[in-house]
Design a protein around this ligand. Structure first.
Ligand code: MD3
Ligand code: FE
Length: 206
Protein backbone atom coordinates (compact mmCIF):
# COMPACT_ATOMS: atom_id res chain seq x y z
CA UNK A 1 0.00 0.00 0.00
CA UNK A 2 1.50 3.33 -1.08
CA UNK A 3 1.40 5.95 1.69
CA UNK A 4 2.28 9.49 0.58
CA UNK A 5 3.08 12.25 3.11
CA UNK A 6 1.58 15.20 1.20
CA UNK A 7 2.18 17.91 3.83
CA UNK A 8 2.55 18.01 7.62
CA UNK A 9 -0.50 16.15 8.96
CA UNK A 10 -1.76 15.07 5.51
CA UNK A 11 -1.40 11.46 4.32
CA UNK A 12 -2.66 10.12 0.96
CA UNK A 13 -3.21 6.42 0.15
CA UNK A 14 -3.95 6.25 -3.61
CA UNK A 15 -6.19 3.27 -4.44
CA UNK A 16 -6.70 2.32 -0.79
CA UNK A 17 -9.97 0.52 -1.67
CA UNK A 18 -9.83 -2.22 -4.31
CA UNK A 19 -12.32 -2.18 -7.21
CA UNK A 20 -14.37 -4.89 -5.43
CA UNK A 21 -14.36 -2.95 -2.14
CA UNK A 22 -15.43 0.22 -3.97
CA UNK A 23 -18.35 -1.58 -5.64
CA UNK A 24 -19.44 -3.14 -2.32
CA UNK A 25 -19.25 0.27 -0.63
CA UNK A 26 -21.40 1.85 -3.37
CA UNK A 27 -24.01 -0.87 -2.70
CA UNK A 28 -23.86 -0.09 1.06
CA UNK A 29 -24.30 3.62 0.28
CA UNK A 30 -27.37 2.96 -1.87
CA UNK A 31 -28.95 1.42 1.22
CA UNK A 32 -27.81 4.39 3.36
CA UNK A 33 -29.40 6.77 0.82
CA UNK A 34 -32.64 4.73 0.75
CA UNK A 35 -32.97 5.09 4.55
CA UNK A 36 -31.55 8.63 4.71
CA UNK A 37 -32.23 10.40 1.39
CA UNK A 38 -29.76 12.95 0.04
CA UNK A 39 -30.77 16.49 0.97
CA UNK A 40 -29.61 19.85 -0.32
CA UNK A 41 -27.87 21.76 2.47
CA UNK A 42 -28.31 25.56 2.61
CA UNK A 43 -25.97 28.33 3.68
CA UNK A 44 -26.46 29.81 7.14
CA UNK A 45 -28.42 33.14 7.11
CA UNK A 46 -28.82 33.42 3.31
CA UNK A 47 -30.32 29.97 2.67
CA UNK A 48 -28.39 29.74 -0.62
CA UNK A 49 -28.32 26.04 -1.58
CA UNK A 50 -25.01 24.13 -1.79
CA UNK A 51 -24.23 22.57 -5.17
CA UNK A 52 -23.25 19.37 -3.32
CA UNK A 53 -26.00 17.08 -1.97
CA UNK A 54 -25.45 15.30 1.34
CA UNK A 55 -26.52 12.55 3.67
CA UNK A 56 -24.86 10.89 6.68
CA UNK A 57 -24.44 7.61 8.47
CA UNK A 58 -23.29 6.95 12.04
CA UNK A 59 -24.70 8.28 15.31
CA UNK A 60 -24.35 11.95 14.29
CA UNK A 61 -24.74 13.74 10.96
CA UNK A 62 -23.63 17.16 9.71
CA UNK A 63 -26.40 19.45 8.46
CA UNK A 64 -26.58 23.06 7.36
CA UNK A 65 -29.52 25.43 6.93
CA UNK A 66 -30.50 29.04 7.68
CA UNK A 67 -29.98 28.35 11.40
CA UNK A 68 -26.33 27.33 10.95
CA UNK A 69 -23.97 24.36 10.66
CA UNK A 70 -24.32 21.59 13.24
CA UNK A 71 -24.21 17.88 14.02
CA UNK A 72 -27.48 16.21 14.94
CA UNK A 73 -28.69 12.63 15.53
CA UNK A 74 -31.72 12.85 13.18
CA UNK A 75 -32.18 13.34 9.43
CA UNK A 76 -33.47 16.90 8.80
CA UNK A 77 -36.32 15.76 6.50
CA UNK A 78 -37.35 12.30 7.71
CA UNK A 79 -36.71 12.90 11.43
CA UNK A 80 -35.24 9.37 11.60
CA UNK A 81 -31.84 8.45 13.09
CA UNK A 82 -29.00 8.21 10.56
CA UNK A 83 -28.32 4.63 9.36
CA UNK A 84 -25.38 2.78 10.90
CA UNK A 85 -21.93 3.17 9.40
CA UNK A 86 -21.04 0.33 7.02
CA UNK A 87 -18.37 -1.96 8.56
CA UNK A 88 -15.83 -1.18 5.85
CA UNK A 89 -15.82 2.45 7.03
CA UNK A 90 -15.24 1.59 10.68
CA UNK A 91 -12.43 -0.72 9.59
CA UNK A 92 -10.80 1.95 7.41
CA UNK A 93 -10.85 4.34 10.40
CA UNK A 94 -9.26 1.70 12.64
CA UNK A 95 -6.59 0.97 10.07
CA UNK A 96 -5.68 4.54 9.04
CA UNK A 97 -6.76 7.13 11.62
CA UNK A 98 -4.38 6.34 14.46
CA UNK A 99 -7.06 7.42 16.94
CA UNK A 100 -8.32 5.02 19.58
CA UNK A 101 -11.99 6.08 19.65
CA UNK A 102 -14.49 5.21 16.92
CA UNK A 103 -15.82 7.80 14.46
CA UNK A 104 -19.29 9.19 15.20
CA UNK A 105 -20.20 10.78 11.87
CA UNK A 106 -19.75 9.90 8.24
CA UNK A 107 -20.80 12.74 5.95
CA UNK A 108 -21.59 11.56 2.42
CA UNK A 109 -21.11 14.30 -0.21
CA UNK A 110 -22.43 13.77 -3.75
CA UNK A 111 -20.98 15.90 -6.57
CA UNK A 112 -22.68 15.98 -9.96
CA UNK A 113 -21.78 18.04 -12.99
CA UNK A 114 -20.39 21.41 -11.94
CA UNK A 115 -20.82 20.89 -8.18
CA UNK A 116 -17.93 22.26 -6.14
CA UNK A 117 -17.05 23.13 -2.56
CA UNK A 118 -15.44 26.48 -1.75
CA UNK A 119 -12.42 26.79 0.52
CA UNK A 120 -13.46 26.32 4.17
CA UNK A 121 -12.29 24.99 7.52
CA UNK A 122 -14.00 22.12 9.33
CA UNK A 123 -14.59 23.45 12.82
CA UNK A 124 -18.01 22.21 13.86
CA UNK A 125 -16.51 19.32 15.83
CA UNK A 126 -15.69 19.53 19.54
CA UNK A 127 -12.65 17.29 19.20
CA UNK A 128 -9.88 18.69 16.96
CA UNK A 129 -7.45 16.11 18.41
CA UNK A 130 -9.14 13.50 16.22
CA UNK A 131 -8.19 13.43 12.53
CA UNK A 132 -10.66 13.51 9.61
CA UNK A 133 -10.52 10.57 7.17
CA UNK A 134 -11.79 11.04 3.59
CA UNK A 135 -12.59 8.29 1.05
CA UNK A 136 -13.35 9.11 -2.59
CA UNK A 137 -15.56 7.13 -5.02
CA UNK A 138 -16.36 7.76 -8.69
CA UNK A 139 -15.07 10.62 -10.80
CA UNK A 140 -11.73 12.22 -9.91
CA UNK A 141 -11.83 15.54 -8.01
CA UNK A 142 -9.40 18.44 -8.09
CA UNK A 143 -8.88 19.07 -4.37
CA UNK A 144 -7.16 22.18 -2.98
CA UNK A 145 -5.57 22.57 0.46
CA UNK A 146 -3.92 25.58 2.09
CA UNK A 147 -2.84 26.56 5.57
CA UNK A 148 -4.81 27.62 8.61
CA UNK A 149 -5.16 31.25 7.40
CA UNK A 150 -7.53 32.24 4.61
CA UNK A 151 -5.69 33.72 1.62
CA UNK A 152 -2.46 31.76 2.10
CA UNK A 153 -0.74 29.59 -0.49
CA UNK A 154 -2.58 26.45 -1.59
CA UNK A 155 -1.64 23.23 -3.35
CA UNK A 156 -3.79 21.09 -5.62
CA UNK A 157 -4.18 17.31 -5.50
CA UNK A 158 -6.27 14.92 -7.60
CA UNK A 159 -8.44 12.51 -5.64
CA UNK A 160 -9.41 9.38 -7.58
CA UNK A 161 -11.89 6.60 -6.84
CA UNK A 162 -10.69 4.43 -3.95
CA UNK A 163 -8.24 7.01 -2.55
CA UNK A 164 -8.01 7.65 1.19
CA UNK A 165 -6.79 10.95 2.64
CA UNK A 166 -6.14 11.68 6.32
CA UNK A 167 -5.98 15.17 7.93
CA UNK A 168 -4.64 15.44 11.44
CA UNK A 169 -2.30 17.50 13.56
CA UNK A 170 -1.55 20.89 12.05
CA UNK A 171 -3.62 20.05 8.92
CA UNK A 172 -6.81 19.50 10.93
CA UNK A 173 -7.79 23.17 10.66
CA UNK A 174 -6.39 23.78 7.17
CA UNK A 175 -8.53 25.51 4.54
CA UNK A 176 -9.60 23.06 1.83
CA UNK A 177 -12.13 22.66 -0.96
CA UNK A 178 -13.08 20.95 -4.21
CA UNK A 179 -12.44 23.02 -7.37
CA UNK A 180 -14.06 20.65 -9.86
CA UNK A 181 -14.95 17.10 -10.81
CA UNK A 182 -13.46 15.49 -13.93
CA UNK A 183 -16.53 14.05 -15.67
CA UNK A 184 -16.07 10.61 -17.23
CA UNK A 185 -12.90 9.78 -15.28
CA UNK A 186 -14.42 6.72 -13.51
CA UNK A 187 -16.97 4.06 -14.47
CA UNK A 188 -17.81 3.16 -10.84
CA UNK A 189 -21.06 5.18 -10.68
CA UNK A 190 -23.25 4.38 -13.70
CA UNK A 191 -24.63 7.94 -13.85
CA UNK A 192 -21.21 9.50 -13.18
CA UNK A 193 -20.40 12.00 -10.46
CA UNK A 194 -18.37 11.69 -7.30
CA UNK A 195 -19.06 10.59 -3.73
CA UNK A 196 -16.82 11.69 -0.88
CA UNK A 197 -17.08 10.20 2.59
CA UNK A 198 -15.63 12.03 5.60
CA UNK A 199 -15.33 10.08 8.84
CA UNK A 200 -15.12 12.18 11.98
CA UNK A 201 -15.05 12.12 15.73
CA UNK A 202 -17.42 14.91 16.81
CA UNK A 203 -17.52 14.80 20.63
CA UNK A 204 -14.55 14.60 22.95
CA UNK A 205 -14.22 11.05 24.27
CA UNK A 206 -15.16 10.77 27.98
C1 MD3 B 1 -8.76 18.96 5.41
N1 MD3 B 1 -15.24 17.50 1.80
O1 MD3 B 1 -17.04 17.49 3.79
S1 MD3 B 1 -12.64 15.73 1.64
C2 MD3 B 1 -16.12 18.33 3.87
O2 MD3 B 1 -14.22 15.99 -1.15
C3 MD3 B 1 -15.14 18.40 2.77
O3 MD3 B 1 -16.18 16.32 -0.32
C4 MD3 B 1 -14.41 17.53 0.61
O4 MD3 B 1 -14.31 19.25 2.79
C5 MD3 B 1 -14.97 16.53 -0.35
O5 MD3 B 1 -15.97 19.10 4.82
C6 MD3 B 1 -12.98 17.27 0.91
C7 MD3 B 1 -11.05 16.04 2.28
C8 MD3 B 1 -11.03 16.76 3.58
C9 MD3 B 1 -11.99 16.56 4.52
C10 MD3 B 1 -11.89 17.15 5.77
C11 MD3 B 1 -10.80 17.95 6.08
C12 MD3 B 1 -9.98 17.57 3.87
C13 MD3 B 1 -9.84 18.17 5.11
C14 MD3 B 1 -10.65 18.54 7.35
C15 MD3 B 1 -9.56 19.30 7.63
C16 MD3 B 1 -8.60 19.53 6.67
FE1 FE C 1 -14.27 20.17 4.75
Amino acid sequence: MTRLAVAPGVVHWPGYLSADEQAALVADLREVARLAPFFQPRMPRTGKPFSVRMTNCGSLGWVSDEAGYRYQPLHPLTGEPWPPMPDVLSRAWQELAGYEHPPEACLVNFYEGTARMGLHQDRDEQDFEAPVLSLSLGDTAVFRIGGTQRGGKTVSLKLASGDALLFGGEARLAYHGIDRILAGSSALLPQGGRINLTLRRVTKPA
